[in-house]
Design a protein around this ligand. Structure first.
Ligand code: ATP
Length: 291
């Protein structure tokens, strides 16, 4: 459904744009219907840039992104099938519009011919699907709703569009623990209906909870990817191990970070790319620059 092939993104920086920073380097992966793929990595590793390119908010510098076989084409038809939800739900709402206005705008743009009573029923169903009570949220301004309620409203809006892919960028990081689990369970339920989700997070435990497959990014490049159980249960790249060793555990001291200095795959021909260490489980050489 969604396919990234050797995607690279460079940003021009500096006073006259004379320098550039490579935010994403040669990234390839897929998301298929009914699957959650988590994109994890430290701050600045390029996760959001990848999400923004998929959503057509930033152009790719080289490589390609295709959705259902066609290139990214930002516009009404594209956003009917792909939606993004971001970390701060308050920034996605106009503070002077009540929640029902959000849905009215969807109707005006995409479903003008649907009679008002039928539309109201569709909105109520979408809200109930995300476990919101229509009577309690529709007449409210964003500041009268919680972060968790606003995230659910955004998911309900996406459901009304009958999207195929959701790009969820750190959508639970501003939520308290119980609301976070509610939203994660909601995403898990949506995937059973065939929705694909790219779940961007720096929280490994959330990715582990939700995702069928995991892509680990470091400095813009993929260092490891594969079925989540394999990536988390048998991490091959020193950076993945370092990330896992940094996950806090109750009643346990943190392990010392594992330095990313070993070249595990140099002898096995992983230079410059990813090696398939076991079926579907790919890992990069830890010293690509010097291999
Ligand atoms: N518009 C931009 N102009 C210049 N550099 C940018 C721009 N957007 C992102 N970058 C740079 O690209 C790199 C990747 O940023 P990105 O936001 O994708 O990382 P991230 O993994 O999502 O980080 P975080 O978890 O902190 O959100 C960073 O070095 C960032 O400074």
């Amino acid at each position: 459904m969604l396919r990234l092939h050797d995607v690279t993104k460079e940003f021009r920086i500096g006073a006259f744009g004379g320098k550039s920073v490579t935010a994403v380097k040669d990234v390839s992966f897929e998301v298929v219907p009914g699957e959650v793929v988590s994109l994890i990595g430290e701050s600045g590793s390029g996760k959001s840039t990848i999400g923004r390119m998929i959503l057509g908010l930033n152009p790719v510098t080289s490589g390609s992104i295709t959705f259902e076989g066609a290139p990214v084409r930002p516009g009404k038809e594209y956003y009917r099938r792909i939606q993004g939800i971001f970390q701060d739900p308050f920034s996605s709402f106009n503070p002077v519009f009540k929640a029902d206005r959000v849905f009215a705008m969807i109707k005006e743009a995409y479903y003008p011919a649907v009679p008002a009573p039928e539309w109201s029923e569709r909105v109520a169903t979408a809200l109930r699907d995300v476990r919101l009570n229509p009577g309690q949220v529709l007449g409210k301004y964003p500041h009268q709703l919680s972060g968790g309620q606003l995230q659910r409203l955004l998911i309900a809006r996406a459901l009304l569009l009958d999207i195929k892919l959701l790009v969820a960028d750190e959508i639970t990081s501003m939520l308290d623990a119980s609301t976070r689990i509610d939203v994660l369970n909601l995403l898990a339920e949506l995937k059973t209906r065939g929705l694909g989700v790219l779940y961007i997070t720096h929280d490994l435990s959330l990715g582990n909870y939700l995702a069928e497959r995991t892509v680990v990014l470091r400095r813009g490049g993929v260092v490891e990817m594969g079925p989540t159980g394999q990536v988390f249960g048998d991490p091959l790249h020193p950076y993945t191990r370092e990330l896992l060793s940094a996950v806090p555990r109750l009643h346990e001291a943190w392990d010392d970070a594992v330095p990313v200095d070993a070249c595990l795959y140099h002898e096995r021909g992983a230079s410059g790319g990813l090696l398939e260490a076991e079926p579907g489980h790919y890992v990069a050489c830890a010293r690509l620059a010097t291999c």
